[in-house]
Design a protein around this ligand. Sequence first.
Ligand code: ADP
Ligand code: DP6
Ligand code: CO
Length: 344
Amino acid sequence: MVILSVTGRAPINIAVVKYWGKKDERLILPLNGSISGTLDLTHMCATTTVAISESFSEDQFWLNGLECSLSARFSIVLEAIKKRALENETIDREKLSWKIHICSKNNFPTAAGLASSAAGLACLVFCLARLYNIDGDVSGIARLGSGSACRSMYGGFVEWMVGECRDGRDSVAKQIIPANHWPNMAVLILVVNAGRKHTSSTSGMQTSVQTSRLLEHRAKLVVPDHIDLMRGALLQKDFQTFAQVTMKDSNSMHAVCMDTYPPIHYLTHVSHHIINLVHSINNYFRTCKVAYTFDAGPNACLYLLDDDLPTILSLIRYFYPKIQNVEEGGTDDDACRDGDVDEF
Ligand code: ADP
Ligand code: DP6
Ligand code: CO
């Protein structure tokens, strides 16, 4: 029995200018461009094995040890990969007809607002491209699986171009700076709640598109400014602009969630406590030392510079004394210290 298989790993990315809203649901075309930092492969990543064989009788998918049904998006991704392989004649036709088995595992919480769909779908597309010998950019195919996944195809800071073509051909990811351009940039992830979010990103942004007028304003006026400022800040390593735009853009996205009808509350009281703590720290030092950003979930992602890590970590440990390293079991919703962080 012949089995061809590929195993790969892909990291999550944390958006600093967020994607929230599609203009085309099937092609996953965004209302606005977005920018994120791709983490390294040390901590939060998806590991996926894809295998094809003549002896497999059906396509099957296991996620974190459980068999899951294959979604429509999976078929779209697989079809796009096979089409590319056929066009470029990278594999013989017979093998393209073999059924596929996919087994993936995340080493961090799935569907908790920590970009599992980005790491997972980027990893899947990376492995499929290897399996079918496809070269070149496949971020447009990763996009078809989950929008944010296209940005995890590259390291460093990456922009997902909004694109102009109706078929989505130019809605792809491009690296703005490699990781070594700003090597002392660090990310701290504070897991407030590792459980599955109540509203998936896909359905949350769908409701926002249908009901929020604020989203129109955000996509047309706010985000284009943020993209320009962010590109400049990254190229010049200007942490002050980087931090301010990051925090404002996160607040803008969550304001849209509040403006959605019925409103979507991804942030919890602990998330708001962290926001206040970050502003108090920055006020105290009279400069931005740290920036928060929240995806579609309560968990905080903090961007900061290496030199400030010990100070910021000790402050976080002071205000959240029950905090644990992920290796020790993560944090929980009641982990914050009572008291007014504004008094810091
Ligand atoms: P998140 O904030 O974690 O990205 P989403 O609601 O965007 O949450 O997406 C979660 C979904 O992404 C999961 O229900 C699953 O369908 C898919 N997903 C997550 N991890 C993987 C993976 N490793 N491989 C394939 N699909 C995955
Ligand atoms: C808040 O990429 O998970 O994390 O394209 O429907 O799969 P789908 O949604 P997804 O949305 C991510 C939204 C976000 C912001 C971001 O990553 O830019
Ligand atoms: Co996601």
